[in-house]
Every structure is written in structure tokens, then in C-alpha cells.
Write a protein that binds this ligand. Structure first.
Ligand code: ATP
Ligand code: MG
Length: 400
């Protein structure tokens, strides 16, 4: 039987002048992401796409991929048949009972884009509903019609040149198409929060780059690999991701030797914002993204965030800001990052961490400390040593 994938996109955001741009972004993303499964053909009608795997492509892989494409609200499979009742009935008999196993109720909804089709939509629904009841009874399945609250909706669609029969639809990833909001730079640590933050902003249409700060040899090769693995996992949603790795070892050593201990963390975080800003500018990113949540740790009090924020040349988006850790963890699990995030490798933020970091830093005093020595030269050096990794979901990251 000939099967294809029906993908539905959210309509609300697609109204008006932006519609075309959104659609183009969405199609480009789907085409690119389908490549790793062998490619696809796409057609579109109203707010749905029909995605047909190319000859020899991995249809299951493609289906799963589409459930992770931002901008799609539903993804389902459909059997394709000729546009006549005989063929539709035959297809419904063969294709639908398997989708109804374990279910108690269903209804059939029909739609005709070809109004010259001899039966009207309600007539098609009644006819096919009858066929399905007959067939399931024959197979010993106990299922009834419930038009108000069915477990499964079977859909029959009469298109211009053919008909589709489908049952059930999986929720799509939601959000808006990749890149339709521009590009942002996500600050990616090896923790739980920052991959979630990156995912949330990507879902709102940001194409992403990521920056990771390390402090070799105080942080290990394993810590870097862990972040690359998180980046690879994010690629399941993003398609691809460039990770810029910047060493802050010298900056940290300098801070350790010359700064009042309490200010160590806040000065380091300000330096990270400046470095991320510079990497962002080079990569064409117009905002920074962090996994900060208000009050979660000493560096995330309102006062500390204010002082950190002051060092950023770009707007900083913090989608986790109002979330509890449990809520962040729920998303982390959903996107498959959690098990990697909790691997116990050190982060540069925790190397040399003072016993009692300032929870209420004052900007004036921080600026005073910052003026004591030449950050600029060290930051120039750190920028010169940037290492970049281009990741996709298929990148092989060495074992952790
Ligand atoms: P996470 O779980 O994401 O590590 P966290 O709660 O541990 O966050 P912090 O270590 O204070 O919090 O970091 C706050 C944010 O700063 C992180 O969410 C991330 O966006 C950024 N950040 C922290 N460390 C790094 C790093 N080594 N490289 C890049 N960004 C970092
Ligand atoms: Mg962290």
C-alpha cells in the first residue's frame, strides 16, 4: 500500500503578510532534515503538507523527524488510493483496523477538495464508517462509532488527483519554523537548564549557534564532549548546530589571583557575556540565550542578573527565568537531554568558585573591580583561540 505523511501546520501565526516567509522556512527545514532519511517530495494544500518519502527512503525515520520540526502541530500517516469509492473502501478495510486496535470508539470525517466527487462528505463518512464496522467485526475487534468523543478520528480526503485515508495524528513539535525569528547565540553549559533554554527559543523560530566556555585543564576533555553530545541531541530539533568553544582559563586564573574572592563569579559571568556577544556578532546572531532562572543560584538573584545583563551588548533571552527546576527537568527529559546533562563532568563556572559569592553585587563596585586590569587583552586572546564544531544529529561524538 502506498503511504505518505500528512503534516499540519499552525494556522494562527501564518496569517497575513508573513505567511509566505513562514511557509518557505518550514519547507526548507523539512527538505534539509529529510535528507538524512533519504529525502522527500512535498506538496502543500491549505494548512497541510503531504510529505512523500523518496524511493528507498526511511519512512519511519522521516515520520519521527517530522514530529520534531518546529511549526508543525500535527503529523499523521495516510494511505493513498484512487479517487473512487471502491478503492477508498478497499483501502479503509486494509489500512484502518490496525490503527483501531485497543481502541473503543471512532468516527469518520471526510473532506472533499474536489466538489465534483459524486458523494458529499457526510455520505462518504457514513459509507466508510459502515465498511470499518463490518471489517473490524469480521476480525473480532470490538469497536463502536462515537461522533462526539471518539478515541480515533479516521479521515478521508478527496484531493484533485487521488484520495487519502488516515487514522490518528501525533502532536507536532509546535512553535514556529526554524529561523523565522532570526538567529541567536545560546550559551551552552553542560547543565540541565541551558539545553532546555536553547530548545525553547529555537521553538520560537530562532536558528541557533551555541557558545561553550571551558577552562582546560581545570575542565576536562570529557566536559567538552558532554557539551558536544548535548549539541548533537539538540540537532534532533534544530537540524544543525555550530558550537563555538572558548577557553576562559587565563581569565579565570587572572581573576583568581587579582580579584576580591566574592566578585570572582560575577566578573567571570560578565566576561562570558562579552565574549558570547563577540562570537554572536561574528556568527550573525542578534541575541543571547541563557538557562538562568530567577533565584536558582547566587549568580541568578535579581541583583546578580542585572549586573551580568549590563555586560551584554545584545538582548539576553532567558526562557527558564520563571520556571521551577522540576518544570525544566520535565522539558529536559522530553527532548532527551536529561541523561546526558546529569553526567558528572565539571563546568568552568564551578572551577575556583568562591565559598561565598556575592548575591547582591552592586554595579558600581563591580565596575571598579573590573577596571583594575585589562580584560580586553585577555578576551581578545580568548576570541583568537575559538574552536568550532559543526554538528548534526548524526555527528559521532566520542564516547563519554
Ligand atoms: P545549566 O544547568 O544550564 O548549567 P545552571 O543552573 O548550572 O545552568 P549557571 O552555571 O549559573 O547555572 O549558568 C547559568 C547560565 O549561564 C547557563 O544556563 C548557561 O546559559 C550559561 N553558562 C554557564 N556556564 C557556561 C559555560 N561553561 N559555557 C557556556 N554557557 C554557560
Ligand atoms: Mg551550569
Amino acid at each position: 500500500m502506498n503511504e505518505l505523511i500528512l503534516a499540519k501546520y499552525g494556522e494562527l501565526m501564518l496569517k497575513g503578510l508573513n505567511r509566505r516567509r513562514f511557509e518557505d522556512q518550514l519547507l526548507r527545514d523539512i527538505r534539509f532534515r529529510a535528507e538524512r532519511h533519504g529525502g522527500c517530495e512535498i506538496e502543500h494544500a491549505q494548512s497541510a503538507l503531504t510529505v512523500t518519502p523518496k524511493e528507498g527512503a526511511d519512512a519511519d525515520g522521516l515520520f519521527d523527524e517530522l514530529t520534531r520540526v518546529f511549526g508543525l502541530v500535527g503529523v499523521g500517516r495516510a494511505a493513498v488510493c484512487e479517487k473512487n469509492m471502491e478503492s477508498i473502501r478497499k483501502t479503509a478495510r486494509e489500512y484502518i483496523p490496525g490503527h483501531l486496535e485497543g481502541k473503543k470508539t471512532f468516527k469518520v470525517e471526510s473532506k472533499r477538495s474536489d466538489k465534483s466527487f459524486p458523494l458529499k462528505s457526510p455520505e462518504i463518512s457514513a459509507d466508510i464508517g459502515g465498511v470499518i464496522l463490518e471489517e473490524t467485526a469480521k476480525r473480532g475487534q470490538r469497536i463502536k462509532v462515537d461522533v462526539n468523543n471518539p478515541d480515533v478520528i479516521v479521515r478521508v480526503e478527496i484531493r484533485e488527483s487521488r484520495a487519502f485515508v488516515s487514522a490518528g495524528q501525533q502532536r507536532g513539535a509546535g512553535g514556529i519554523p526554524a529561523g523565522s525569528s532570526g538567529r541567536g547565540m545560546a550559551l551552552l553549559s553542560g547543565g540541565i537548564d541551558s539545553p532546555v533554554a536553547a530548545y525553547m527559543m529555537a521553538r520560537r523560530g530562532l536558528a541557533l549557534d551555541a557558545v561553550h566556555f571551558e577552562s582546560f585543564p581545570y575542565t576536562s576533555e570529557m566536559a567538552r564532549r558532554k557539551v558536544l553530545e548535548l549539541g548533537r541531541l539538540l540537532c534532533l530539533y534544530l537540524g544543525r548546530l555550530r558550537v563555538h568553544v572558548i577557553s576562559v582559563t587565563q581569565i579565570q586564573q587572572q581573576l583568581k589571583a587579582n580579584t576580591i574572592e566574592d566578585y570572582f563569579t560575577i566578573l567571570l559571568r560578565r566576561s562570558m557575556m562579552r565574549l558570547a556577544g563577540r562570537a554572536a556578532e561574528r556568527a550573525g546572531c542578534r541575541c543571547l540565550i541563557t538557562g538562568e532562572a530567577l533565584g536558582q543560584v547566587a549568580s541568578q538573584t535579581l541583583e546578580a542578573l542585572t549586573v551580568t545583563n549590563d555586560a551584554s551588548p545584545l538582548p539576553v533571552f532567558r526562557p527558564c527565568i520563571g520556571m521551577d527546576k522540576e518544570e525544566i527537568i520535565t522539558i529536559s527529559r522530553k527532548i532527551g537531554a536529561f541523561e546526558t546533562s546529569i553526567l558528572p563532568y565539571e563546568d568552568c563556572c564551578t572551577v575556583f568558585t568562591p565559598a561565598r559569592p556575592k548575591t547582591r553585587p552592586e554595579l558600581a563596585k563591580v565596575l571598579e573591580q573590573e577596571a583594575l586590569w585589562n580584560f580586553q587583552a585577555l578576551e581578545d586572546e580568548a576570541m583568537a583561540g575559538i574552536v568550532r564544531y559543526d554538528l548534526t544529529a548524526d555527528t559521532v561524538v566520542e564516547e563519554l
